[in-house]
Design a protein around this ligand. Sequence first.
Ligand SMILES: NC(=O)c1ccc[n+]([C@@H]2O[C@H](COP(=O)([O-])OP(=O)(O)OC[C@H]3O[C@@H](n4cnc5c(N)ncnc54)[C@H](OP(=O)(O)O)[C@@H]3O)[C@@H](O)[C@H]2O)c1
Length: 326
Amino acid sequence: MTIKVAILGFGTVGEGVWETLHTHHEYIQKKLSTPIEITSILVKDSNKKRNLPDSVQVTTDIEEVFQQPVDVVLEAIVGKQPAYQYVTRAIEHGAHVITANKEMFAHYGPHLLELAKEHNVWIGYEATTAGGTPVIRTIDQMLQVNQIKSIQGIVNGTSNYILTQMTKHQNSFEDALLAAQQKGYAEADPSNDVDGYDAFYKAMILSQLAYQDQPNWDEVYLEGIRTISSQDIDKATIQGQKWKHVATIELRHGAPRASIQPMQLNEDHPLYNIDGVENALSIQTDLLGSITLSGPGAGKLPTASAMIEDLLYVFQKERQQEAQYV
Ligand SMILES: NC(=O)c1ccc[n+]([C@@H]2O[C@H](COP(=O)([O-])OP(=O)(O)OC[C@H]3O[C@@H](n4cnc5c(N)ncnc54)[C@H](OP(=O)(O)O)[C@@H]3O)[C@@H](O)[C@H]2O)c1
């Protein structure tokens, strides 16, 4: 049997997935004991020049993707729609879904997880939160008995880079943002990052995972980093503190609550030393106490890594289940 893969979106992440499936081809095949075949790649603009062999089917029509057998769809499109419609289509087709799309998954994750259960397929979403750093699977599978009391995270690398530049190099917000844009960490329109929306989506995904529920979105306090001035940074430095953009998710009176806002952290806070584009989550649990996971929060290969780890996981799990029924 060959595992048939469709890639939806061929930008930074989609291309990283394609490349990694090739550079790590032999290793993946050995791990799964079966070859992988990329059957098609879905894009928006068919006229764009792509670094792809002619033999690969590149299409703008989702129906063409499903005109052939597809075992798993790797989705790396931007925004809620049509990504939601496409992954719904994939699940109904009987394909597993692995997504990097945090905006889509924050909005529709609960429904998609239900739909996947009905269709006996699996959804991997490790890449939506903290890039390649394996926070989702750690919470999902390694903290099953532990009750999660709260999660605090630096989950937006661009904001963290800007605050780090302002702290370490006394840059103004504008200069630090420009440096982030020049390094490719920030988009030309940086509002998704600096106004906190990206961190908000990730916080909602974490809440769904940790508490099987999300807070009412209207009740989540959301503040980005534009309000932090050089004077604020200097004052914090004098007090031995650092400004960090922190997403907090916790259970209060049995219901999940969240806030996403700049906070002054003391030196002994687990997130104090998370600098630059790095991401980290500090998880408070009842049995284990506090654990902190840190690592790359974005980028072509870290994000592709998370998606392909999900891919290996789902097919290995499928094999184990099949073996049980033999
Ligand atoms: N970049 C990262 O480091 C990172 C990290 C974690 C998660 N993510 C998430 O991963 C997703 C992809 O990010 P990216 O950085 O790879 O974005 P990107 O470079 O802008 O690429 C987006 C891709 O999606 C395709 N696309 C857009 N609208 C489409 C439509 N209506 N139908 C079909 N294809 C469509 C685009 O097609 P064209 O090529 O034809 O324009 C492009 O190939 C996003 O949801 C993002 O939040 C990104």
